[in-house]
Design a binder for this molecule. Structure first.
Ligand code: SF4
Length: 335
């Protein structure tokens, strides 16, 4: 029989009453393989389908460089402290534009351009211009780069960027060299400029308390991102965090479901309901080798589309019209 406390919290969340912080902590201590956790998962999916109108999304990410990054995050294979590579290493701009056109033709729903904090901002703007010329006018672009000012956020918007990924990470300032207030200032800057925010509670690992994870979930929900989730630590061999123990994927998924119960329908995508999948090209900070073969990238997007459909999501042919001002869901959180 289901534990009544968990059942009651989930039922109330479905009726629009978000769990309190204490209730979040109660749910977080449930065994992720239990019947109660399955009920939490069901509740999160009900809310996630309601929030997204039952739509699934395929996002593509292109890593622009592998230059040693001065921000030195302990978990990152591209951090200067973690890499024997001492020189600049950038994917040529025309290759980036080519990957973007392949993803555009494969009908993904957003393209993210990711660069280390060592990548020049003016160079990034030039790449955005080249990519914009290579993709459809209806394809949203997301920047995933280092901290920026409000002025730079406005420049990104004017150059053709619609969204920005940025996380105020767990243990920020301890496992990274970045003061938390710098991360939060960037999030304010991008929202001030009218860019939609994607963010996450990351990296979750056993060295972080449940209270800290719950508090970060509440912070993220208050930032009103259009897409979010819980990112488990990838303990990359050779990095300063290779010996840290990540939560299991099942446990991290359980946390994401609890976050969805609290967020309700306020976050359209991700966050415990499995309606966002990713295709990757270029460099990445987790030490994985990525394929650069266009045929592989096309096949990968087709595979992801089938996966979403099999899970019962409606997958639109092209990006949602809301990105460019039409439709009902407001993505950009202008203040
Ligand atoms: S996670 Fe990002 S900011 Fe941190 S070292 Fe890696 S590339 Fe730099």
């Amino acid at each position: 029989m289901l534990d009544k406390t968990a059942e009651h919290i989930v039922d109330r969340a479905i009726d629009g009453k978000a769990p309190t912080r204490d209730e979040m902590l109660t749910l977080m201590q449930i065994d992720a393989g239990s019947a109660e956790a399955a009920y939490v998962r069901w509740g999160a999916e009900v809310l996630g389908r309601r929030a997204s109108g039952g739509q699934g999304q395929i996002y593509a990410q292109i890593g622009l460089d592998a230059t040693p990054c001065p921000e030195n995050c302990a978990f990152c294979s591209l951090a200067a402290r973690n890499t024997p590579n001492k020189g600049r290493a950038e994917v040529p701009d025309d290759e980036v534009a080519h990957y973007a056109s392949v993803f555009d033709e494969a009908n993904v729903h957003l393209i993210s351009l990711m660069a280390t904090a060592a990548y020049g901002f003016d160079h990034f703007l030039r790449v955005v211009t080249a990519v914009r010329a290579a993709i459809g006018d209806d394809m949203p672009l997301m920047a995933n780069i280092g901290d920026i000012t409000t002025e730079q956020a406005h420049l990104l918007k004017a150059t053709g960027v619609q969204a920005f990924y940025h996380a105020h990470r767990l243990s920020e300032g301890v496992i990274t060299s970045i003061a938390p207030k710098r991360r939060l200032a960037t999030i304010s800057a991008v929202q001030e400029a009218g860019l939609a925010l994607m963010t996450a509670v990351e990296p979750v690992y056993l060295g972080v308390s449940l209270e800290d994870i719950a508090d970060r979930m509440l912070e993220v929900i208050s930032q009103k991102p259009y897409c979010s989730g819980v990112g488990v630590l990838t303990a990359v061999p050779g990095t300063a965090m290779e010996r840290e123990i990540p939560y299991t994927r099942r446990q991290a998924a359980h946390f994401a479901c609890i976050m969805r119960l609290v967020a309700g329908t306020s976050i359209p995508f991700g966050t415990g309901c499995g309606n966002v999948v990713w295709a990757d090209a270029g460099t990445n900070p987790r030490g994985r080798d990525l394929s650069t073969d266009p045929d592989f990238l096309r096949r990968d997007v087709r595979r992801l589309r089938k996966e979403l459909v099999r899970e019962g999501w409606e997958v639109p042919k092209r990006p949602l019209p809301q990105w460019f001002g039409a439709g009902e869901v407001e993505f950009a959180q202008t203040r």
